[in-house]
Design a binder for this molecule. Structure first.
Ligand SMILES: *Cc1c(COP(=O)(O)O)cnc(C)c1O
Length: 359
């Protein structure tokens, strides 16, 4: 594919004066990456253009049938603010290719998009906020654009990468959450779309999330859609447990999203000498560990929060208090380690960091 064009903006925006007051996903930078697909030209016209609204046909296939995938990753000020870095960009782009396969979206040229992403972050590096826990959220998305109401795999697509500066996820310090085992609604089923990062899974989760909120919980703990027994994910994060000294997480069985943070946590835990297990774990088994005092910690993992410690697990009307209602020691240590890798305070011996610009 030809090289990536750059279309300069007439005027640049003002950056937020106080990043700590910016609500997640509400502020966007000056530029975005853009590329289209059609059957004649394949993926073409990769470019960095001014961020702008799009015009779509009212018959747009995504609006009606939801053929779309997305990603979420972050860029950080690295090495005392001397460099701009992205955390595991290729791992995220490869997962996006996998999501494309599941949704029958034509595979995009990985190298061109990787180049485009690096170039975009370098151009926009002044938008990466530099306060503790702050970052530049990177949202790639691919969506069908056929102006056609027939139900079929689309023949036209648009890919965008947009950027949004985000405040620290834990504005009031690293805080534990209350989660509720959901035994009525399911997020995804084996054979469905659970392993793809696609809007449908989010649409399927919204109502149950609202019900959990009404009952006083922060997140939904999802069980498998077939037997309604096995633990899958929490909210839109993966879930991990510390049980009798071991780090245990549900195995990827087709309905669980293969989280980059999950993989990061497992790699670091192994490096630290912990035994890790990826296996099916039922909510009743978990309850037994709780009753015998072996359930030491519960935490979610995802790009937005990094680590989300769980203090309360509600199941069939009863609450289990985890780690004495406090932040678990392992969760805290893991959060500090990954946060350190993001900024360069912890040396990256894993190859997770990609430097994309110098200040
Ligand atoms: C994005 C996502 C995660 C977390 O993945 P990361 O790569 O760690 O950000 C987990 N579960 C679901 C359903 C997701 O969409």
């Amino acid at each position: 594919m030809s090289e990536i064009r750059f279309v300069k903006a007439d005027k640049l925006k003002d950056k937020p004066a106080d990043m700590s007051k910016v609500k997640f996903g509400t502020v966007f930078t000056d530029y975005m990456f853009e590329m289209e697909y059609d059957e004649k030209n394949g993926w073409h016209d990769a470019r960095i253009t001014p961020y702008k609204d799009l015009a779509v046909s009212p018959a747009n296939a995504t609006l009606h049938y939801g053929q779309a995938v997305f990603e979420g990753m972050k860029a950080y000020r690295y090495n005392d603010g001397k460099q701009a870095a992205i955390f595991r960009p290729m791992t995220h782009l490869e997962r996006m290719e996998n999501s494309c396969k599941i949704l029958d979206i034509p595979e995009f040229p990985l190298e061109t998009v990787h180049e485009g992403l690096k170039k975009l972050i370098d151009i926009e590096k002044d938008w990466i906020p530099d306060g503790p826990g702050q970052s530049l959220y990177i949202r790639p998305v691919i969506f069908a654009t056929d102006p056609y109401l027939g139900v079929s795999v689309s023949s036209m697509y648009t890919m965008l990468i947009i950027l949004s500066p985000v405040a620290a996820y834990y504005a009031n310090g690293f805080a534990p959450v209350k989660i509720m085992v959901e035994d009525k609604y399911v997020r995804a089923v084996r054979g469905g779309l659970g392993e793809a990062k696609t809007p449908a899974n989010y649409a399927a989760s919204l109502h149950a999330g609202m019900v959990a909120h009404e009952k006083g919980y922060d997140q939904t703990l999802w069980l498998d859609g077939v037997e309604r027994k096995y633990i899958e994910e929490v909210g839109s994060m993966n879930i991990l447990f510390k049980i009798d000294g071991k780090i245990v997480t549900p195995m990827l069985d087709g309905s669980i999203l293969n989280g980059v943070t999950r993989r990061t946590v497992l790699a670091i835990a192994k490096e630290w000498g912990y035994e890790t297990e990826e296996r099916r774990i039922s909510v009743d088994e978990l309850k037994q560990y709780y009753e015998s005092g072996k359930l030491e910690e519960v935490f979610g993992s995802g790009t937005a929060a990094v680590i989300s410690p769980v203090s309360t697990l509600g199941y069939k009307g009863h609450d289990m208090t985890i780690s004495g209602g406090k932040i678990g020691e392992f969760a805290q240590k893991m959060y500090d380690e990954i946060d350190g890798l993001h900024t360069g305070k912890v040396k990256d011996t894993y190859g997770f960091i990609e430097i994309v610009g110098e200040y």
